[in-house]
Design a binder for this molecule. Structure first.
Ligand SMILES: Nc1nc2c(c(=O)[nH]1)N[C@H]1C(S)=C(S)[C@@H](COP(=O)(O)OP(=O)(O)OC[C@H]3O[C@@H](n4cnc5c(=O)[nH]c(N)nc54)[C@H](O)[C@@H]3O)O[C@H]1N2
Ligand SMILES: Nc1nc2c(c(=O)[nH]1)N[C@H]1C(S)=C(S)[C@@H](COP(=O)(O)OP(=O)(O)OC[C@H]3O[C@@H](n4cnc5c(=O)[nH]c(N)nc54)[C@H](O)[C@@H]3O)O[C@H]1N2
Ligand code: SF4
Ligand SMILES: [Mo]
Length: 698
């Protein structure tokens, strides 16, 4: 080893899996990124995206200085000018049109960025607007809503105890490509295979035979959106065959009788045709679930971002409760993170306000993003005239992206806090790029709450940044300071306006369940294992009576609408898909992640292709109520008849996007087909799966 060589340990922050990585450097140059075998959580697992951390760091398209829009294009400006531009314009718009004329959208990487997580609320509060949106409402909103209703807190996520379970039923998730979601588990494939080796069984329900479905002991197709009928029939079967066995949960669960009555009309025999299953299989899977020593039902994007996202997510929890598997070893457990974020304040009281045009409900301080475009484009009192986006790309990631594109285009003012000029930020008047990735200290505030084991790990920033750079939380603070008024001052002396993320983590750890310190974490650069998840109900319940509410009125009132699923349709149903080398919309600028055949294709079953004269590899036109895209067809019997699939996050060909590699692999955006009118009725979460489309050969 020469003197220049050094080794750096950290956690990859690109997805939810929290893999430990080892980075070797020669001077300031990265020479390799590998899995850290000594990380007790991920035990050496990584995926191809880990190397993208280097690509992001070195990306010539990544912004490091603020830029403002001028008649001649983007002009680099200083930070003071950028902060003033943002603050002065927000003040101007709010003075003329009221506070709610400014909206904010927070994207997914906020959950992966320590500074944003700890101090992001500084900026949000300073805007004093109720027009707050985020990627939550194209993702896990139904989960948080159900958790609030059943367990009293939106952040009480039940996590599959994959390492100890005997039976896992997965609906609408593909952890072999996504690496697990609301189930952080570095090396999920190894864990699932170990379960099978122990004699456990994996069952997957998905309209596509995915990688996870191929690993499964049994895979069933299901028509998009029809999970709710399957789940109702499974709950029906539990009652019908006397399989309800709640164990300790019986002492503190209310509403069991109500659920029994609600599911009475949904026998397996009645739903079988609509679901596309044999009724005997529904009964058999339910019996297996009930008979297993421990079992867990788990659903993700496929059961969450669809018309019946809340009902399906609720029923998944109901199955776990009625089989006694909630808060049981080998079932679904709750984490005890080293840094606690589940507190009384943010429990999640719903619908304190609604969107102006469509009346979609607020939850957890946010409104559904499916309504963002109409809030910008519909004139009148309360119209959104200025926007701030932080780490988000809603033009590619939310429904009817073209309409949203038009909304952003006509804004009076738009400031983006982002590292790229992409499909959304190209509309900005000013872009403020924070430090990111290898330039920041890291601790997983969010994903330790979602992990299959309790762990804790600190990563120092790998690269120091110069005086000319700003961290995410510094940007938020500076804007907040400038937006302060006499009535709403910004107190610079307040600890939270002074602290660094490292100081805040140290404080949080000291007050946490394990009374750790930052120094202890730093002394353990591979991370600390804090043990398996523990049973902790009823103590950890946040409901007033410390009872599980099995049949929340606000959820079950959506049940009558499921009956239209019995009617059937001739349309093709559009769903999404994820590939291990993609990460939503923003890793396509890494050459090694996009190389090879384009992944932006429409998957179609051979029978559906034949009736439409569609041939493999040829271009087809896919159309929905809101738009049309043209892309190559990929004919495959992995796709269920009647269903087609297009991945999201592509569509980089829009004018003005400054992502050189991504533009060369542009693809089309599936969200130019998804429909802003289609939402889960209970929460307003976007129904991005199950959109009716037609496909024709070009
Ligand atoms: N059809 C369809 N649509 C979907 C989905 C689907 O399954 N199907 N999935 C949905 C889901 S689950 C999600 S979470 C959303 C994601 O939706 P978004 O969060 O809106 O989109 P991302 O592609 O994650 O965009 C992240 C943005 O953050 C920027 N960025 C990256 N790192 C940093 C950083 O450290 N700081 C700052 N300030 N910016 C940074 C990137 O440049 C990029 O602009 O997409 C949703 N859209
Ligand atoms: N490589 C990679 N990893 C990622 C991401 C990424 O973009 N790329 N994104 C991250 C994010 S933000 C998230 S939220 C997670 C998501 O994590 P997952 O939910 O595991 O990811 P998806 O691949 O979207 O899996 C959803 C599955 O639902 C199926 N499906 C669609 N509609 C239905 C339906 O109606 N019913 C049923 N039963 N199934 C249906 C789809 O075919 C798909 O296989 O992944 C995270 N990890
Ligand atoms: S699975 Fe996720 S956390 Fe692990 S290396 Fe890949 S992107 Fe990073
Ligand atoms: Mo997500």
């Amino acid at each position: 080893m020469n003197e220049q060589t050094r080794t750096h340990y950290r956690t990859c922050n690109l997805c939810e899996a929290m893999c430990g990585i080892v980075i070797t450097l020669d001077g300031e140059r990265i020479t390799s990124i590998k899995g850290d075998k000594a990380d007790p959580f991920s035990q050496g697992h990584i995926c191809p995206k880990a190397t993208a951390l280097q690509d992001i760091y070195e990306d010539p398209n990544r912004l490091k200085q603020p830029v403002k829009r001028t008649a001649d294009g983007w002009e680099q400006i200083g930070w003071e000018e950028a902060f003033d531009l943002v603050a002065n314009n927000i003040k101007r718009v709010q003075a003329a049109h009221g506070n709610n004329s400014v909206g904010i959208y927070l994207g997914n990487p906020n959950a992966h960025n320590l500074g944003a997580l700890l101090f992001g609320s500084t900026l949000i509060k300073a805007l004093r607007t109720t027009n707050r949106f985020s990627a939550t409402s194209v993702d896990q909103l139904p989960h948080q809503f159900v958790q609030y209703q059943m367990y009293g807190h939106q952040l009480l996520f039940p996590i599959p105890d994959v390492d100890r379970t005997d039976y896992m039923l997965i609906l609408g998730a593909n952890p072999l490509q996504s690496n697990g979601s609301l189930m952080s588990a570095g090396g999920i494939e190894r864990r699932l295979k170990q379960m099978q080796k122990r004699g456990g069984k994996l069952v997957v329900v998905d309209p596509r035979r995915t990688a996870t479905a191929k690993l499964a002991d049994e895979h069933f197709f299901i028509k998009p959106n029809h999970d709710v009928l399957l789940l109702l029939a499974m709950v029906h079967t539990l009652f019908d065959e006397g399989l309800v066995e709640m164990g300790k949960l019986a002492d503190f669960t209310e509403g069991v009788e109500t659920v029994r009555e609600l599911v009475q009309g949904y026998s397996p025999e009645r739903v079988a045709m609509a679901v596309g299953w044999k009724s005997a299989d529904i009964r058999r899977i339910t019996r297996e679930l009930a008979a297993a020593n421990s079992a867990v039902v788990y659903g993700r994007i496929g059961t969450s971002i669809q018309r019946f996202g809340t009902l399906s997510t609720w029923l998944i929890n109901v199955l776990n409760v009625l089989t006694g598997n909630l808060d049981r070893v080998g079932g679904a457990l709750f984490t005890t993170p080293a840094l606690e974020i589940v507190d009384k304040r943010r429990s999640g009281k719903p619908s304190r306000w609604q969107t102006r045009v469509r009346g979609l409900p607020e939850f957890g301080g946010e409104l559904p993003v499916a309504a963002l475009a109409e809030e910008m484009l519909t004139e009148g009192e309360g119209q959104i005239r200025a926007m701030v986006t932080v780490a988000g790309n809603p033009v590619l990631s939310t429904p009817n992206g073209s309409q949203l594109d038009a909304g952003f285009e006509q804004l009076d003012f738009y400031a983006a806090i982002d590292i790229y000029i992409n499909e959304t930020t190209r509309h900005a008047d000013v872009i403020l790029p924070p430090t990111t990735g290898l330039e920041v200290d890291h601790f997983d505030v969010t994903f330790n709450v979602l992990a299959v084991r309790n762990v804790a790990k600190w990563s120092d920033a790998l690269f120091e940044v110069g005086q000319d750079r700003r961290h995410e939380y510094e940007i938020g603070r500076e804007i907040a300071k400038r937006l302060a008024t006499d009535e709403r001052p910004f107190n610079e002396d307040e600890p939270r306006n002074q602290m660094t993320p490292a100081q805040a983590v140290d404080l949080g750890l000291r007050f946490g369940a394990y009374e750790l310190t930052l120094d202890e974490l730093k002394a353990n650069p591979h991370g600390i294992d804090l043990g398996a998840l523990q049973e902790q109900f009823p103590a950890r319940l946040f409901t007033p009576e410390k009872c599980i509410n099995l049949a929340p009125e606000i959820i079950v009132q959506d049940l009558p609408y499921v009956d239209h699923l019995f009617e059937g349709t001739d349309d093709l149903a559009l769903i999404g898909r994820r590939h291990v080398r993609d990460n939503n919309s923003w890793l396509h600028n890494s050459q090694r992640l996009v190389k090879g055949k384009s992944r932006c294709t429409v998957l179609i079953n051979p029978d559906d292709a034949e009736t439409r004269g569609v041939r493999d590899g040829e271009m087809v036109r896919v159309s929905s109520r809101v738009g049309t895209v043209t892309l190559p067809a990929q004919v495959s019997d992995a796709m269920m008849p009647g269903v087609v699939s297009i991945p999201h996050g592509y569509g980089h060909g829009r004018a003005g996007v400054q992502l050189d590699v991504a533009r060369a692999n542009a693809g089309v955006s599936v969200n130019d087909l998804t429909d802003d009118d289609l939402v889960d009725k209970v929460t307003g979460n976007a129904a991005l799966n199950g959109v009716a489309v037609t496909v024709e050969a070009v």
